[in-house]
Design a protein around this ligand. Structure first.
Ligand SMILES: [Cu+2]
Length: 349
């Protein structure tokens, strides 16, 4: 009988086809893995060494006969060497007395005696006389332990502080990490990748350099324009208004041809996700946006537009596997029927 024998043959054919299909799938899944890996590599930060050398920062603080310092705030990075020039243009003497307590605001209603008692209990970092019509230079090393502090400077000449003669030396930490990302802009109105992963960056501020390229085969103008607001989703309907009110952290014009990269560098002070878009009319609305994740985890796939590319890969891979499988199944099924029917039928008839 013919039928009973073809059933196991077909089953065998299916098993063989399945095994071949698995083998055929191996290089495809490997290629898929490589493709995803490449995109991940593009979306992953490259750590760059610190380029900034500690150069002394020069600041001039001046006074006149009014009870005030100019400026009344000084911003400095921890680790910097500060050179302060103290200039008194007036005819009254003052002092430049810098508190060593970076988290304490001196009460303006203190008496001169209370102020003196404070500086006796907590010796100031600096205590410099500013005689009438004088100029002097004093140096201060702002060490790392001062980061985040607001150090008040006052004149301890009685009643000058009480009249408002005070200011703050604000110390921020220097850039702790410098990351670099490579991103391609594509005429398919996509950023490749559309997710930049700085989720492991936990020490702020960080500086980020984006190297923007043009995807192979693309020719349109594109920009990489980054929102300054964390955890804020831009709208393709009113992003121009938004950017007229909030300066972008960076706006980079893509190069005219694929190959070279244009870049921009910006500083991020804290965690969150930051959206980037292409400002060329219509591109954002067509899906040209992405997110930089800083200190926050990437959302689980699939979410952002980049997954469309992954889906495409999956679809192409799946189609190829199915095609190969179908051909193999057909061939094997055909081969399975091939042995001379004469011999078999002969045995049975
Ligand atoms: Cu564009």
């Amino acid at each position: 009988m013919y039928r009973p024998r073809t059933v196991p043959r077909r089953a065998l054919a299916l098993v063989v086809a399945g095994a071949l299909l698995l083998l055929a799938a191996q290089p495809i899944s490997a290629a898929y893995g490589t493709a995803v890996g490449a995109y991940e590599a593009m979306g992953q930060p490259h750590l760059l060494p610190d380029a900034t050398a500690a150069a002394p920062v020069n600041v001039t603080v001046s006074t006149n006969d009014s009870p005030a310092f100019a400026p009344s705030t000084i911003a400095v990075l921890s680790g910097e060497n500060l050179s302060i020039t103290l200039v008194n243009h007036g005819s009254y003497a003052h002092t430049f007395t810098l508190s060593s307590n970076g988290s304490y605001v001196l009460p303006k209603n203190w008496t001169p005696q209370q102020l003196d008692a404070f500086f006796q209990a907590q010796p100031p970092l600096l205590n410099v006389s500013m005689p009438a019509n004088s100029s002097s230079v004093v140096n201060l090393t702002v060490n790392a332990s001062m980061a985040g502090g607001h150090f008040e400077y006052v004149s301890v000449v009685p009643y000058q502080f009480q009249a408002g003669m005070a200011g703050f030396l604000n110390v921020t930490p220097p850039v702790q990490q410098h990351l670099e990302f490579y991103v391609n802009a594509s005429d398919t109105f996509r950023f490749l990748p559309s997710q930049l992963n700085a989720s492991a960056s936990l020490q702020y501020p960080i500086s980020v350099t984006v190297e923007l390229g043009l995807a192979s085969g693309s020719a349109f103008s594109h920009t990489f324009t980054l929102s300054p607001l964390p955890n804020y989703n831009l709208s393709s309907a009113n992003y121009t208004t938004f950017f007229s009110q909030h300066a972008p952290l960076v706006s980079i014009d893509a190069p005219a041809t694929s190959g070279p990269f244009t870049n921009g560098t910006f500083v991020i002070d804290g965690p969150g996700y930051y959206e980037y878009i292409c400002e060329i009319t219509g591109h954002f609305a067509d899906g040209m946006f992405g997110f930089l994740y800083v200190g926050v985890p990437l959302p689980a796939l699939p979410t952002a537009p980049s997954t469309a590319i992954v889906d495409e890969w999956l679809l192409i891979g799946g189609a190829v596997v199915l095609g190969i499988g179908a051909i193999l199944a057909a061939v094997v099924a055909f081969v399975g029927r091939f042995p001379p029917p004469a011999a078999k039928s002969g045995g049975h008839s």
